[in-house]
Design a protein around this ligand. Sequence first.
Ligand SMILES: CSC[C@@H](O)[C@@H](O)C(=O)COP(=O)(O)O
Ligand SMILES: [Zn+2]
Length: 212
Amino acid sequence: MSLLNQRLRELAAVKRELAERDWFPGTSGNLAIKVKTEPLSFLVTSSGKDKRIETDEDFLLVDQNGAALEETKLKPSAETLLHVEIYNRTNAGCSLHVHTVDNNVISELYGDDGGVTFKGQEIIKAFGLWEEDAEWHIPIIENAAHIPDLAADFGKYVNGNSGAVLIRNHGITVWGKDAFEAKKVLEACEFLFSYHLKVLSLKQAKSLTLRA
Ligand SMILES: CSC[C@@H](O)[C@@H](O)C(=O)COP(=O)(O)O
Ligand SMILES: [Zn+2]
């Protein structure tokens, strides 16, 4: 199998799994996987599609500027430039972007702080942090409708071959050395968000019950 087909299959498998989790509401989300480094080429989801549906037009190959490498009627994801930032700044092999209610709520709760830090959770080991008191910090940037501006701001927080950035009231973008690692980072982030929101609301309910 050609490298391109191999990467296509890997990305399609990730897309299927994230769709099963219902992480592509309202056509949101975009996924990318690197095919070649020099010159850069990567597969990215085509724009505006319902990513829960599988078709022959789900992905297209783009270059280091996010422009289509082949003659096609498909449009690369509107947020391709964010994936470009990742591949130009790191050795990551896969990058994933999803909108979930949990990641949006966390981004709004901690947006004014510019980031959110998690600690004391076993799942932090999924980020490769094995120490007892390890902390996982996720920067939060403001959303911007103008994608080149958003990508420039996003790029400031892209360092290391694996990571995550929250975009306020928009979603999360994660990356890792390959599809397996990127998906692991995404799942661990969403686990932390869901846990954190549940604990916050139950603690509040508990304190209200004790006061009553
Ligand atoms: C309806 S989702 C809004 C989109 O602008 C965007 O944020 C998104 O995640 C999906 O855009 P796409 O161009 O399909 O990759
Ligand atoms: Zn988005």
